[in-house]
Design a protein around this ligand. Structure first.
Ligand SMILES: C[S@@+](CC[C@H](N)C(=O)[O-])C[C@H]1O[C@@H](n2cnc3c(N)ncnc32)[C@H](O)[C@@H]1O
Length: 232
């Protein structure tokens, strides 16, 4: 039933604070990602709302992919409840989508029982070996920004490793200036961070600094495209 995951502005605010507390407690225990499953599990029981679960594809992702010649194999990283992955599959790409939270993956499968998307519970930080260089299009929407410290740096490297020779990576994330306080989770990315994909062998195609009108008001974001070199 969709309604247990649907949200209002007040419920989103409560969910955000709940998520921040879970994140702080998890990080204090030295567990960078354990809080995601705890949050989805609490939401499944109706205790709280997942603050980012809009139950629709991200408008910024939809506009970034509109009109592009797309084909081959795509992966949607940190796919949550599956809306972005369903959109990507609807564009004709063979789509795999994964999330570190098994509850989120179970819910995505339940919401889209006839989906063409392959939903998998997996950790970006330790992906299956067979995924290395396997995807023509790698899509990351709002996952880097909920990771921090060494985990976040490792996530950049792992994302780059998923891209096939000649393939592309699309990143959509909150943006901030280098000297701006990152604030509370989600922690926006700086330009230096977003540009760091070059350290992992990717070439920058474009980095747009955009303003999105969200329910909470205007939000500054990066929409960045990177490419892997073609096979030798
Ligand atoms: C802010 S949410 C965004 C979800 C979805 N992309 C969206 O835009 O609605 C970040 C997602 O990344 C997942 N995630 C966090 N760390 C991850 C990791 N190491 N591997 C895979 N998924 C991860 C979380 O469980 C969560 O679903």
């Amino acid at each position: 039933m969709e309604s247990s995951w649907a949200t209002t502005n007040a419920a989103t605010d409560a969910g955000r604070w709940f998520a921040r507390r879970l994140a702080a407690e998890s990080l204090a225990r030295g567990d960078a990602t354990g809080w995601f499953e705890m949050l989805y599990a609490a939401a499944e029981q109706g205790v709280v709302t997942v603050p980012w679960a809009g139950l629709a594809p991200s408008p910024r992702l939809v506009s970034a992919l509109a009109g592009l010649p797309l084909g081959g194999r795509a992966v949607v990283v940190g796919c949550g409840l599956g809306d972005d992955a369903e959109h990507v599959a609807s564009l004709g790409l063979t789509t795999l989508a994964f999330d570190v939270s098994p509850t989120a993956i179970a819910e995505a499968r339940r919401r889209f029982p006839h989906s063409a998307v392959e939903y998998v519970a997996a950790d970006l930080l330790s992906p299956p070996r067979s995924w290395a260089g396997a995807f023509d299009l790698v899509i990351e929407v709002f996952t880097l920004q909920v990771l921090t410290g060494a985990t976040r740096r490792a996530a950049f490297a792992r994302l780059a490793q998923l891209v096939a020779p000649g393939g592309r990576l699309l990143v959509i994330a909150k943006a901030r200036d280098e000297d701006e306080w990152p604030g509370m989770m989600p922690w926006p990315l700086t330009r230096i961070e977003i540009e760091s994909f070059h350290k992992y062998g990717l070439t920058k195609e474009s980095i747009a600094d955009v303003i999105d009108d969200d329910d909470d008001g205007p939000v500054r974001r990066w929409r960045a495209w990177f490419a892997a070199p073609p096979a030798a």
